[in-house]
Design a protein around this ligand. Structure first.
Ligand code: MTE
Ligand code: MO
Length: 468
């Protein structure tokens, strides 16, 4: 931009607080973001860049690199920097250079950090999702962990240093337990909310959900070994900390309420294996916490610390993200401190076959396939499918994998062959599920729209073309 005043980096450095106005630079632009701070989805993390260049932060928090966000920033442009310096070699270093290779079938929602979902038709092809196709949700670069020096620390906050366990200890000293669970990101199916009104979050389709058999040591076993009786512990939360770090040094972390940890103490797994092999790097190598029935965000990957505390995790992702709000709450009036962190997820289902816009190969009937799942171990009692936009409903055949409906940690895959409406060229396929609490999905997404686009569990609709 020309015609704007120029400033030196020293000028910019004088503007670090609201009193003196908060300035940042990006490339050769100078921006006064004072009035934007309260609306920043990342909260006051934006202040990390106060008075300096935000380039290194944007490089790491790849969500920023979108045309829409450049446009937001340009609104606050007040000038240019005088000297466009050579980019230092160290600044050029890609913090994602050590990320693993991914399966080409995964469809990325963002590259850095890497986030991707498998094609829906492959997702339901097998009950256990192959490791290479399991959806990936990373907020930061994948850490490089040396299994030889790695240790897991287990402690009660303010009481002691706790106990440290090596990977060998975990694998050799304790009984191995396996649990088959479905993990779903709270942003799964967000694209349907985005169609109504834009939200801040990755544009997930309906495959930010996957199922695996996880093996490791139960939380109760590990706590007991560390001298902690969870039933007696005078604490309110169990915090989990990961090894993936942001530019500010803060690691990914999350917590669950102690009541959930007590109920599930023999079901929560400190996992070192996924579908019978070492956990792949993208999914938390060497260790991750698996909390059945709970939102993906709390199932911390690259786990290296478990802390019993009276406080929730102070992490950004526990405090300022992964919470639900009503449809009238927007970035200027949202108060994250007032909402509850998402833990158990609501009932959801989705059609994975046929695909949106597909031309069917039969004019009489259509075979519809998909998944259904609910949080808290609630199983699926019924999936209803319509091929005429909701006028008539048919019950799908369910594959619950013989789970008890009151301890169903993993999804139900389903299939229904349904007659197509006569003499029409297009039709709307719909599915909706009922869980073992007889919870149902909301009819439409309008009423559950929220600014972060989480908990998108309305009836799933897919429009298809009927051949002549
Ligand atoms: N744990 C760490 N350490 N870092 C992360 O970015 N993402 C969380 C959770 N655990 C995350 C994490 C989120 S939001 C989800 S949905 C799941 O991991 C995704 O798990 P997956 O990548 O194995 O599918
Ligand atoms: Mo997530």
């Amino acid at each position: 931009k020309t015609g704007l005043p120029t400033f030196s980096k020293t000028d910019v450095a004088k503007h670090k607080t609201a009193e003196s106005r908060i300035w940042v630079t990006y490339r050769n632009g100078v921006y006064d973001v004072t009035d934007y701070v309260s609306e920043h989805p990342g909260g006051n993390k934006i202040l990390l860049g106060a008075g300096t260049a935000i380039d290194p932060f944007w490089e790491m928090y790849g969500v920023h690199k979108q045309a829409e966000i450049f446009a937001v920033l340009e609104k606050y442009r007040i000038g240019n920097i005088t000297e466009v310096e050579e980019v230092k070699e160290t600044d050029k270093k890609d913090s994602y250079a050590n990320d693993p290779k991914r399966h080409p079938a995964l469809k990325p929602a963002s590259e850095k950090p890497f986030n991707a979902e498998p094609p829906p038709s492959l997702l339901i092809y097998s009950y256990l999702t192959p490791n290479d196709l399991f959806f990936i949700r990373n907020h930061l670069p994948v850490p490089v962990v040396d299994p030889k020096t790695f240790s897991l620390q287990v402690a009660v906050e303010k009481e002691n240093e706790g106990v440290k366990l090596s990977l060998d200890d975990l694998k050799s000293k304790f009984p191995k337990k396996s649990v088959t669970t479905t993990i779903q990101c709270s942003g799964n199916r967000r694209s349907e909310m985005i169609k109504i009104k834009s939200v801040k979050g990755l544009n997930w389709g309906n495959a930010a959900i996957s199922t695996a058999e996880w093996s490791g040591v139960t939380l109760d076993t590990i706590l007991k070994h560390s001298g902690i009786d969870i039933d007696k512990a005078d604490c309110k939360h169990v915090q989990f900390e990961g090894m993936d770090k942001g530019p500010d040094g803060a690691t990914y972390g999350a917590s669950i309420p102690i009541e959930i940890a007590r109920c599930l103490k023999n079901e929560i797994i400190v996992a070192y294996a996924m579908n019978g092999t070492d956990i792949p790097r993208d999914h938390g190598y060497p260790l991750r916490i698996i909390i059945p029935g709970i939102v993906g965000a709390r199932q911390v990957k690259w786990l290296n610390k478990i802390v019993l505390s009276n406080e929730e995790s102070s992490s950004h992702w526990q405090q300022r993200d992964y919470k639900g709000f009503n449809s009238s709450t927007d970035w200027h009036n949202v108060d994250f401190s007032k909402a509850h962190a998402i833990q158990e997820l609501p009932v959801v289902s989705a059609i994975c076959e046929p695909a949106e816009g597909q031309m069917l190969d039969d004019a009489e009937v259509v075979t519809v396939k998909g998944y259904a799942w609910s949080g808290g171990g609630r199983g699926i009692y019924r999936v209803d499918v319509s091929a005429d936009g909701g006028k008539t409903w048919h019950e799908a055949d369910l594959n619950t994998n013989n789970q008890s409906p009151f301890k169903a940690w993993a999804w139900t895959l389903w299939e229904a062959t349904v007659p197509l409406p006569k003499e029409s060229k297009n039709t709307l396929l719909i599915c909706k599920a009922i869980d073992s609490s007889y919870n149902c999905q909301p009819d439409s997404v309008e009423g559950i729209w929220n600014l972060r686009g989480v908990l998108s569990n309305a009836w799933h609709r897919v429009s298809v073309t009927i051949p002549d």
